[in-house]
Design a protein around this ligand. Structure first.
Ligand SMILES: Cc1cc2nc3c(=O)[nH]c(=O)nc-3n(C[C@H](O)[C@H](O)[C@H](O)COP(=O)(O)OP(=O)(O)OC[C@H]3O[C@@H](n4cnc5c(N)ncnc54)[C@H](O)[C@@H]3O)c2cc1C
Length: 398
């Protein structure tokens, strides 16, 4: 295995680093690094800056607006992106839906929806879960009955991330209740401005508004908004979930957060020198560092395999578990290290003047909020218990 970058790869890294230093909006980086809430316009400006450069979709094929980069370039880009504190795009469009559209959508759907995903002008959200259908997703009830050339959609989606910022939602809907439950599901794209669609906020434990309930009351949706064949939605959703689970890796930001914590620990007095030198903290740092490397090499291996097969496969479940557990490990460590400085729940609620003169690290006010947010990582995208079931059944054949 070659672990060193070539001269051309280093030049590419410098070019990417330079872009994020000079051309990418600095106010957005500041918001990301200090854990502040992001607005729809932040997402659109961030996506727009990347699109202007032609860099918004590193993993998409070049013919659909991707970069055409090889795996090393994608990897370098990802590392630099998160190192700089750039805003990770709303994944629902770019990571989840885009590949479904260019793989299974018609040419008309590709022309209609891919450009808005690439430049961020159309924001999407994901309508899979329902009040009684989470882990057992195939039991979903939200119905879509064909009436001429429109579906009439009735039902409820829940825990819909960022629906308050989105223009469109892609949904799994039940078009047939007879036969095996997976076979009666279809994949429908719905404009959130459609009469009969209501988005209600759900505030979460971190004090922020990420989540929503989306209600459909006889919402009429054109037949042309269905992706692929009627009744085949389960297959498209499984393809999508593979990409979703790998996208949780966020290796660059984990490295950045751990490096930042290390600096704080080095500057915090401990029983024998700095807190970083305390054996119990040193062991926690070493464990986190090793886990990030395991995640990194496993992710690269999967991405490399997927280049040949065109999809992620069941091993994405391994990334989902590793990535989410490490994120929780790091945000727990940050609470332990920053102690009472982390007490404010969110930096949105304290002025910058609160922490700067006191010598408190700029990320500290966001640490509690992040710790609480990260608890949900082992739930969304399919819980970690379900991922373990997938590994046991589909990979190990147990
Ligand atoms: C922050 C956040 C964001 C989300 N965003 C979205 C979104 O944008 N779009 C969307 O569609 N959904 C979203 N979800 C929903 C998420 O996908 C579901 O919460 C998840 O799939 C679990 O479903 P559930 O909440 O119904 O829990 P349940 O399925 O009721 O599970 C409850 C508990 O039982 C365990 N369990 C269930 N079945 C099994 C089994 N067979 N074996 C072992 N253990 C089992 C689970 O692991 C879990 O611990 C989000 C959730 C969160 C928390």
């Amino acid at each position: 295995m070659r672990l060193k970058f070539s001269a051309s790869e280093q030049r590419f890294r410098d070019e990417v680093r330079d872009f994020f230093e000079r051309e990418y909006p600095s106010d957005i980086k500041h918001k990301v690094l200090t854990g502040q809430s992001l607005s729809k316009s932040d997402y659109q400006r961030s996506d727009g800056a990347l699109a202007k450069k032609g860099w918004s979709a590193p993993l998409w094929p070049a013919e659909y607006g991707g970069t055409g980069w090889d795996l090393s370039q994608c990897y370098i880009f990802d590392q630099e992106f998160e190192r700089a504190g750039a805003l990770y795009p709303n994944p629902s469009g770019l990571i989840y839906l885009g590949p479904v559209i260019y793989t299974y959508g018609t040419a008309v759907q590709q022309q209609r929806w891919l450009p808005g995903i690439l430049d961020g002008s159309t924001q999407w959200c994901q309508g899979y879960s329902e009040p009684n259908s989470g882990s057992d997703l195939a039991s979903l009830c939200c119905s879509a009955i064909l009436d001429g050339d429109e579906y009439i959609v009735d039902g409820e989606k829940i825990w819909t991330s960022s629906a308050q910022l989105a223009d469109w939602i892609f949904c799994l809907v039940r078009t047939d209740s007879k036969g095996p439950k997976q076979q009666g599901i279809s994949f429908l794209c719905i404009d959130l401005r459609t009469p009969g669609v209501t988005v209600n906020p759900i505030y979460s434990i971190d004090g922020k508004h990420h989540l929503n309930q989306v209600l459909f009351d006889r919402a009429r949706v054109p037949l042309e908004n269905r992706i692929g064949e009627e009744g085949q939605g389960w297959m498209y959703s499984t393809f999508l979930l593979g990409n979703e689970r790998v996208s949780y890796a966020h290796i660059g930001s984990k490295k950045r957060d751990l490096k930042f914590l290390k600096e704080i620990a080095l500057n915090t007095p401990g029983p024998d020198g700095s807190l970083y030198q305390d054996p119990s903290y040193a062991a926690k740092f070493a464990r986190a560092d090793i886990n990030i490397r395991v995640l990194e090499y496993t992710t690269l291996r999967l991405l490399s395999d997927s280049r040949n097969s065109g999809e992620m496969g069941q091993e994405a479940a391994i990334i989902k578990i590793l990535a989410t557990e490490i994120a929780q490990q790091i945000s727990t460590l940050s609470l332990e290290i920053m102690g009472h400085d982390i007490l404010p729940l969110s930096p949105d609620w304290v002025g910058e003047s609160w922490f700067e003169p006191a010598g408190i690290a700029s990320q500290a006010p966001a640490a509690t909020s992040k710790y609480l947010t990260d608890r949900s990582q082992s739930i969304y995208g399919g819980t970690n218990e379900i991922q373990r079931n997938i590994i046991a059944k589909r990979i190990l054949g147990m």
